[in-house]
Design a protein around this ligand. Structure first.
Ligand SMILES: *Cc1c(COP(=O)(O)O)cnc(C)c1O
Length: 816
């Protein structure tokens, strides 16, 4: 963070006194004997006090103004650390720094003790966290709803080159940011049966008698916006066994049974599913989804009714955004609550449901489209299954009335998939139950219209819209890169911090000033030195901060094509070995990312990266010209260290497969140049930055699609026509990088050759050529740093403030 120049001595003294008081009375430690962790807790609690004042003011204001509320339902929030976020948004960073230095406490050391809250897998969860911060900044009255997982995403250890998953324990030392709310609690039912009864008015009603009830307990974390603008709430639910029930059984002597029930209930909030973009077909996952949706809807309906006295105006005062299909059961649950519990007529309830809900789609990968077996739904959520059948029947009747009888159309838009055993399609459910369905980049939204939702789009042409993702600049620029931020403020003015979308373009003329480019390069150099230190401490590998830092950090997935990058690494290695005396551009290939625990191919790619690193780093011929690093346990904090130190950003997914990407934006904002395909938000970045300041290569989405339609997956001819690719594949296949197990990569290489699903071979030569352009540009520092400055200057549009303004204006209608 840039220094806040004037801090008052009174403020510093007050903060210091508050920290000491927290340390003594809340943590229960004598300053003389406090550990660093005790200090962290005391500082966090003192910071939280400041948030609470704003929080209560803001909440009172929302009530007074009768503001519309936005509810963001997400199974994932990839938050990271909060201390710096909170201090800097409150404008207290410099106050805290001075107060602590008077106490001889180094805030830089203390802040790294905070565990990363990793309640998410990757981009989707991080988007939810960026959105929470932007909503607080823009004054949208928002509540985030999710699950308070006891164990977040696993910790990745690399042992002998292989990924091992270790349990993550972020709550071991408590969580100073949250407030437990035992009084905010709802019962969530599972299983049992549905009984039709005729009520006193003679109306037939369905009464659900769940076999099991789980209690949800709220934990609230205040989320503060930039300059303390407003403070919203992230409400996460923990599952508890319904204690009275279990005490009865315990007293009756069924001790084990009582404990088993407790464990079963509490397992719901035990652990985050580590699956990224793949189906998690587990009953527990469905229990998690329904648990948090039901608790959240009960909570928001109670709030609405208390404030408005009726549900008839629900869409006017509440907007519920579904982050992917994970909360799609909300469609059926909202109908159940309105019809069964609050006795509204079906048609009216449907109108309110559609008017209130909206849905964001995050992926087109067929294996990631969520479906649940009808048999499982009938067993776990019998009333919801009935409601889904009813929604489906009403919908199909309505289409027939409109004269639509096309069997293929009706089959495609049905909520039930009949082909592979009967399953409920959560994407179609979310689509039908929402007034808005959005994609997350222009390309992705177009593809939604022409592929997964083609038929539904024909029926509801107004429903699909685009909201290109964004990132919060507070975390990804101001906090992650204080050096660059200071330089930008010095050049463009202090107001930059409040309005980067409009003021970053003022940086453009500086791209032509040699003195500025020099300073721009120098701050990058300092970030690279810091990263080199981190790599040396963790891996014992020495990096030259003068080398080109070529970075690919993200979940490991075949479609993201870390393999393509690794093939280039090997090709470069071979080229250098062939002609070691050529003037090679010194390069460091940096990788990081986790693979889903059950995703074998992704785990093999991690092993390959580590195998290549071992051989390359140990080869004296290429020393000084090529290094390969795989940094373990990629998370938000590691991203904050790596991204400001990157020269080259690898965004090389198979075109048509990355919905948006957000790390592409983080890198460009920090001045890295992108090598990438025309996929996801890269397309829009290219339009704004200018293609001449990026390295775009490879098949376009339409070309990929055409090859797939034609069944062109065999890459033998491609390999035969490319001696370089052929040599790379032969080296990997023959065990050059796996002498301990020469056959390790035979299957992998044969797969690429015979069935190149992700077009790795097809794009290899174009990628090699683009990498050559990278080197030519790097050798011309004027051109490189000019492009680098222009990248930063031109990506203001990718602020999540812009994205949220679009959601608030066009989907939620929640801006005053
Ligand atoms: C931004 C971010 C992501 C998303 O990265 P993509 O390259 O867009 O997939 C994933 N994980 C973390 C920790 C991030 O910060």
């Amino acid at each position: 963070m840039p220094k806040e120049p004037l801090v008052s001595a009174d403020e510093v003294a007050a903060f210091r006194a508050n920290v000491l008081s927290k340390l003594t009375y809340s943590v229960g430690k004598d300053p003389e004997h406090a550990f660093d962790h005790d200090w962290f807790e005391a500082i966090a609690l003192a910071t939280r006090d400041h948030m609470v004042d704003h929080w209560m003011d803001h909440t009172r204001q929302i009530y007074r103004k009768g503001q519309k509320r936005v509810y963001y339902l997400s199974l994932e929030f990839l938050i990271g650390r909060l201390l710096l976020d909170n201090l800097s948004n409150l404008g207290l960073l410099e106050v805290a720094r001075q107060a602590l230095s008077e106490l001889d406490v180094d805030i830089e050391r203390i802040r790294t003790l905070e565990p990363d809250a990793a309640l998410g897998n990757g981009g989707l969860g991080r988007l939810a966290a960026c959105f929470m911060e932007s909503m607080a900044t823009l004054g949208v009255a928002a509540h985030g709803y999710g699950i308070r997982y006891e164990h977040g995403l696993f910790r990745q250890a690399i042992i002998d080159g292989w990924q091992h998953e270790q349990t993550e324990t972020w709550l071991d030392f408590g969580n100073p940011w949250e407030f437990e709310r035992p009084e905010v609690s709802y019962l969530v039912g599972f299983g049992g049966s549905v009984v039709p009864v005729v009520d006193e008015n003679g109306t037939l009603r369905q009464v659900w008698h769940p076999a099991e009830a789980v209690r949800s307990i709220a934990y609230d974390t205040p989320i503060v916006g930039w300059r303390g603008a407003s403070v919203n709430t992230l409400r996460l639910w923990r599952a508890r066994a319904e204690s009275e029930l279990h005490l009865e059984r315990f007293n009756a002597g069924d001790h084990i049974g009582a404990v088993v029930e407790e464990a079963r209930a509490e397992s719901i909030s035990r652990v985050l599913y580590p699956a990224d973009s793949t189906e998690a077909g587990q009953e527990l996952r469905l229990r998690q989804e329904y648990f948090f949706v039901s608790a959240s809807l009960q909570d928001l309906l109670r709030r609405h009714l208390k404030q408005r006295g009726t549900f008839l105006n629900l869409p006017e005062y509440a907007a519920i955004q579904l982050n992917d299909t994970h909360p799609a059961i909300a469609v059926a649950e909202l109908m159940r609550l309105l019809v069964d519990e609050h006795l509204l007529p079906w048609e009216q309830a449907w109108e309110l449901t559609v008017g209130t809900l909206s849905y964001t789609n995050h992926t087109l990968l067929p294996e990631a489209l969520e479906t649940w077996p009808v048999s499982l739904m009938e067993r776990l959520l019998p009333r919801h299954m009935q409601i889904i059948y009813l929604i489906n029947a009403y919908h199909i009747d309505q289409l027939r009335e409109q004269g639509l009888h096309d069997f293929d159309l009706l089959r495609a838009v049905s909520l039930i998939e009949e082909e592979h055993g009967r399953r409920v399609r959560m994407g179609n459910l979310a689509f039908l139950g929402s007034h808005s369905v959005n994609g997350v980049s222009a390309l992705h939204t177009d593809l939604m219209r022409s592929t997964v939702f083609a038929e539904l789009h024909r029926l509801y042409p107004q429903r699909i819209n685009n909201k290109t993702n964004g990132i919060t600049f507070r975390r990804w620029l101001y906090q992650a890169n204080p050096g660059l931020t200071e330089l930008l403020v010095e050049s463009v003015g202090e107001q930059l911090l409040d309005d980067p979308e409009n003021l970053l373009p003022n940086l453009e003329p500086f791209a032509d000033k040699p003195a500025f480019r020099k300073r721009f390069a120098e701050q990058r150099r300092r970030n690279k030195e810091a990263l080199a230190n981190l790599v040396y401490e963790r891996q014992g590998i020495v990096l030259d901060p003068g080398a080109l830092f070529d970075v690919q950090v993200k979940r490991i997935h075949e479609y993201k094509r870390q393999l393509l990058n690794l093939l280039h690494t090997v090709a470069l290695y071979q080229a250098i070995r062939d002609e070691p005396s050529m003037p090679w551009v010194p390069r460091v290939k940096i990788f990081a990312g986790k693979a889903a625990a059950s995703y074998h191919q992704a785990k093999l790619i991690i092993k390959l990266a580590n195998d290549i690193a071992r051989v390359v780093n140990g080869d004296p011929t290429v020393r000084g010209m090529l290094k390969v690093v795989f940094l373990p346990n990629y998370n938000v904090s590691l991203a904050e260290s790596i991204i400001p130190a990157a020269d080259l950003s690898e965004q090389i997914s198979t075109a048509g497969m990355e919905a948006s990407g957000t790390s592409n934006m983080k890198f460009a904002l920090n001045g890295a140049l992108t090598i990438g395909t025309l996929d996801g938000a890269n397309v829009e970045m290219c339009e704004r930055i200018g293609q001449e300041h990026m390295f775009i290569f490879g098949l376009r989405a339409q070309e990929v699609e055409a090859r797939k339609r034609a069944g062109e997956f065999n890459a033998e001819a491609i390999v035969a026509a490319s001696p370089r690719l052929h040599e790379v594949l032969m080296a990997i296949r023959s065990g050059v990088f796996s002498p301990d197990d020469p056959g390790r990569y035979v299957g992998l290489v044969d797969g690429l050759t015979w069935h190149d699903t992700f077009m790795v071979c097809a794009d290899f030569d174009a990628y090699w050529e683009a990498q050559r352009q990278v080197e030519l540009c790097w050798n011309d520092p004027k051109q490189w740093w000019r492009s680098s400055v222009l990248n930063t200057a031109r990506v203001g549009w990718f602020s999540s403030d812009r994205t949220i303004r679009e959601y608030a204006g066009e989907i939620w209608r929640a801006l005053d």
